[in-house]
Design a protein around this ligand. Sequence first.
Ligand code: ADP
Ligand code: MG
Length: 369
Amino acid sequence: MNQIILKNVTKRFPTKSGEQIVAVNDFNLEIKEGEIFSFLGPSGCGKTTTLRMVAGFEDLSEGEIYLGDKLVSSSKKKHYIPPEERGLGMVFQAFAVWPHLNVFENVAFPLKVQKKSKAKINEEVNRALAHTNLKGLENIYPSDLSGGQQQRIALARAIVTNPKIMLLDEPLSNLDPKLREHMRFEIKELQEKFNFTIIFVTHDQSEAMAMSDRMLVMDMGNIVQIDTPANLYNNPINKFVYGFLGQSNFVDIVFEDGKIYPINSKEQELSMDWRKDFKGKYATIASRPNEVIINNGDNGFRTKIEKRIYLTSGIEYHVLFGEQKIRIHTSHEDIYEVGDNVNVEFVNPSWYDLDSDDKEEERIQRQVI
Ligand code: ADP
Ligand code: MG
């Protein structure tokens, strides 16, 4: 069953200059019951706005949202079910715990709003504290707790009302890397116990990949691609998704007189064939650093080692294709010196249309500070 459905959801905000920004553009999305579904994208792409519309904090410029079979938001019908009646648990990026309330009171808060009995509140709070490893800290104030514990209070408060749906907006961003990994695991465990449907918002691709059953990549208010983490990683639909999902090398190329050159550099051709399905004469080829090989024969693009970086996982070399820098990852055994002449080959690169510079500028303008 689908638990969360967005139909043609659009959100426009007025800007200072009197124009409008389309923060979320015509979203169509179905999230299944029990799914962990991530929204991944750079700052300003519309993740939080989408989540706030699902939660009911933001009205819709266009479209409808259903939770289960219930219509909760409709722009046309001017129909909005308030957040507290949507059966949601929410955790946001900033530790939204109240400093003047102790752990117990923080977690009890949503139940007090719902005017539950004292006995019921005790029972539910104890249950939520047990599931988030906060037992024994009932009387402590948040300022005396670590970042991880504070974020657990927020989690406990989100699950205390037994929600069917959890909305998590960059809940781990303020934690140090080790704790982040640990908390991912805890959230997944909670999900398995309670079978929540989760929307998990993040700008961190490894977090999204580790957490999700499915995810979508957003760019400037648009859904670019929806799929499982593995399918997204292996078949990015465009250069933006390719670059967002992992380390990447791009070489912009031009097709002239039957030969392929790096853009702005006609000294040496690339020994590959132009892909027939690419109209026009420009394209970008893409490879991960561990998919580019240095070979000792004559094949490949002749260039030289510009830089060598010794990493725990292997060696990273930098070389130039004309003016464009490429990173190559090899094992520790492949030793080349800076200045060595080498032949470098892209093995089965992905092909994409050239991205215009305007797009990058617009992304920067949208960033949320
Ligand atoms: P994300 O969470 O992906 O970083 P947001 O959803 O917060 O992005 O914002 C998307 C875009 O909408 C941004 O350009 C942001 O500046 C703009 N925006 C968000 N909220 C408002 C608002 N209340 N008024 C005007 N613009 C807004
Ligand atoms: Mg945000």
